[in-house]
Design a binder for this molecule. Sequence first.
Ligand code: FE
Length: 213
Amino acid sequence: MPHDHHDNDHLSPSGHPYRADDDTDLSYWQTMEIAVRELLVEKGITTSAEIAGQIETMDARTPSNGAQVVARAWTDPDFHAALIQDASAATRDMGFDIGPLKLIAVENTDDIHNMIVCTLCSCYPRNLLGLPPDWYKSRAYRSRTVREPRSVLAEFGVTLPESTKVRVHDSTADMRYIVIPKRPQETDNMTQAELAALVTRDSMVGTGLAKTP
Ligand code: FE
């Protein structure tokens, strides 16, 4: 006797959400990655454990790194000056090394709102924000942000006064940006840790604002 046909065919018989197997052919780049990785291991240049460890380190980086940087910039004038002067060095001193890349901190004020994009691909300050979200890598975000930043901002729920100038920064393979969002009002008595909790990932990309307490 045939099984009853489920109306909800996105659920498995046990009620779990159904996910199609992704056992399709490897793409050119997937094949290339496997070939290069296996060669490097075979030649003793690196080990599988080192590669797994590096991936773990990358996955462990989250926007809370950047939030700590912003909260310190809001509260420590010397650090703020150092961050504006040389963000690579200032964040390295906090333990967030961006390596040989140049990091530039841009600050949002009443007069200017900065937004970050990588029009070419997905360059992102991963040492401070972790892996970029899918929308950051999408063609729509990359192309529309430079043409109609205010429309993109509106879709993120951010509407700025006409008097605020919007400046879009295009990241490159060598140069990354971090936005210092405007410090919310009525936060004078908050500690750095409390302030850091107000700093969202999107506020450091410029597609959002810091939360109000
Ligand atoms: Fe890129």
